[in-house]
Design a protein around this ligand. Structure first.
Ligand code: FAD
Length: 518
């Protein structure tokens, strides 16, 4: 690619923006084309009812990497937080809630509280290994080159230096399910349910599904990279975070054009040569980098005719149907949750009161049915950030698990039933809440697909599981941000290390593209 040619990035999700800024800072000419009228993708703030704003999909910064945020100068570009290090409160229908805060837990037996200290410390050490993997470029298992062999050795060494005991335990548990691990350690039903929640959030697995210890460590590894921020709430919602990313990108010289949907990736002489917009405008490029999900990128924008049959089959089989819905409620006052202290109300509230509850909520999704009693992650962002609603009014933002993509033969009837089921569960903990509702918005995975342009509406653009992780993410042949088509790269959540608003896929992709001399 000649130095005058530009990089075109499809999509101004947070990963696309991170990638764009890093490329521009390395002296590349970068144009970002975003289909929506706003940047941010699944991390944006918008009005869902007159006077009520909410973070549309992602509602909490769970793993925004502190080093990356500092490197991009996000605070100088307007990023501020209305809350940091938020506590997690597990609502308990049978008694006092369990509260996780600053590495300890309250509301459980002394024995469980003590075990938790050691358990959490061990998870920290294990997550540290995974956190290193997050910023590694996936290597091919054949280890054909010296850099690949060195990367594999570095990884093996990270595990080895944990010491014999930890190493043995790490290798024992990493493929296990969260249910067995938690049952081995704790007696508190409510605590086990809450810990299993983090192992399953965003995925398509229940607590008993294999690989849920990996996803538990995944979440903790993300948080490790967030450092002192912990679980945080950007001032102005998640959209403020992506706006600061866009400001950093523009300051680095990136051009961002919103409302420009890419219809097709151009291929000339077997190489990516630019894009064609829906308007018909043709934009030439030396390389094309896609922040769109892998299915959209390869099957819709590129076209199977440029790929071999085996690769097309793999992309076709990439599991990407989401199971998380989002409910937004506009309330005419602050809701009261029984037994929850005011300080906890502004944090994360979980409805996942036991391992069995979680598993029972997951089971119907296997048969494309909704749960009678859904698992919920609730935030009330307006407590710490009143700018999101009129004085005295509040917003409830809820991640709802496990809601299938396909709602069956009567989607509107199923949606109405789902809303009733969620409200019935909420009322158990906040009895007066239904009377406070002014307006509501429910986004199922299908709505998320339609509105945010993510095939399947999946949290991670595609399942995060052992068979779709690291050197096989999204699929063999497209792991490591390169694709079978020279000059076409991936930089979104469908690539390693996956989703959540961490910025790592965008960062790693930029490194790879620069290393390839593009
Ligand atoms: C319900 C839900 C709740 C979530 N909650 C959280 C949370 O609380 N915390 C958290 O950290 N994560 C959360 N996530 C996950 C997180 O939102 C995503 O993993 C993350 O935003 C993905 O970022 P991305 O930049 O890779 O992709 P995206 O945000 O999906 O961005 C991709 C961009 O590409 C654009 N695009 C696609 N096709 C085209 C095209 N043809 N032309 C031009 N542009 C195109 C899209 O419009 C979009 O802007 C949640 C996800 C969901 C679904």
């Amino acid at each position: 690619m000649s130095p005058n040619e530009q990089h075109v990035i499809i999509g101004a999700g947070h990963n696309g923006l991170v990638c764009a800024t890093l490329l521009a800072r390395a002296g590349r000419k970068v144009l970002v084309l975003e289909a929506a009228n706003e940047v941010g993708g699944m991390a944006q703030t918008r009005e869902f009812a007159p006077g009520f704003k909410v973070s549309a999909c992602a509602h909490l910064a769970f793993g925004l990497q502190k080093d990356l945020a500092a490197r991009l100068g996000l605070s100088e570009h307007g990023l501020a937080f209305s809350a940091q290090n938020l506590p997690t409160t597990a609502l308990n229908p049978n008694g006092a809630p369990v509260v996780f805060e600053a590495g300890s837990v309250r509301g459980v037996s002394a024995a469980d509280a003590q075990t938790y200290t050691g358990f959490a410390a061990q998870l920290e050490r294990f997550s540290h290994v995974l956190a290193q993997v997050f910023s590694m470029e996936p290597f091919k298992l054949a280890l054909a080159t010296w850099p690949e062999r060195l990367a594999a050795l570095r990884l093996a060494w990270k595990i080895r230096v944990m010491g014999k005991r930890d190493m043995r335990e790490f290798l024992r548990v990493i493929g296990m399910n969260a249910y067995d691990l938690l049952t081995d350690h704790f007696e508190s039903t409510s605590m086990k349910g809450a810990l299993a929640f983090d192992a399953t959030l965003g995925g398509e697995h229940g607590a008993r599904s294999p690989g849920t210890v990996l996803t538990l460590l995944y979440r903790r590894a993300g948080l490790q990279g967030a450092g002192p921020l912990g679980i945080a709430q950007p001032k102005g919602g998640m959209g403020a975070l992506t706006q600061s990313l866009a400001a950093a990108a523009r300051a680095a010289g990136v051009e961002i054009r919103c409302g420009q949907r890419v219809a097709r990736i151009l291929v000339e002489e077997d190489k990516a040569a630019g894009v064609v917009l829906e308007s018909g405008e043709k934009i030439p490029a030396g390389s094309v980098i896609s922040n769109a999900d892998p299915k959209t990128t390869f099957l819709k924008l590129l076209g199977a005719e440029h790929l071999d049959t085996d690769f097309v089959r793999r992309i076709d089989h990439f599991r990407s149907k989401g199971l998380v819905a989002k409910l937004h409620l506009a309330l005419d006052g602050l809701p009261e949750f029984t037994g929850v202290e005011p300080a906890s109300l502004s944090g994360r509230l979980l409805v996942s009161p036991s391992l069995d509850y979680l598993e029972l909520a997951f089971n119907p999704s296997k048969y494309r049915q909704i749960p009678d009693e859904p698992v919920l992650e609730i935030t009330i962002p307006t407590i710490k950030d009143p700018s999101l609603a009129q004085p005295g009014k509040h917003v409830l933002s809820i991640n709802v698990m496990f809601v299938p993509y396909d709602l069956g033969p009567d989607p509107s009837g199923t949606r109405a039933r789902l809303l009733r089921n969620i409200l019935a569960v909420l009322e158990r903990f906040a009895p007066a809440i239904s009377e406070q509702i002014i307006a509501s918005e429910l986004l199922t995975p299908l709505d998320i697909e339609r509105e945010f342009g993510v095939a399947g509406g999946h949290w991670h653009h595609g399942a995060l599981a052992f068979d779709q992780f690291f050197f096989t993410r999204p699929v063999p042949g497209a792991a490591g941000y390169t694709t079978p088509v020279p000059g076409l790269f991936l930089c979104g959540a469908g690539s390693h290390p996956g989703g959540g608003v961490m910025g790592l896929a965008g960062q790693n992709a930029a490194q790879k593209i620069l290393a390839k001399g593009h």
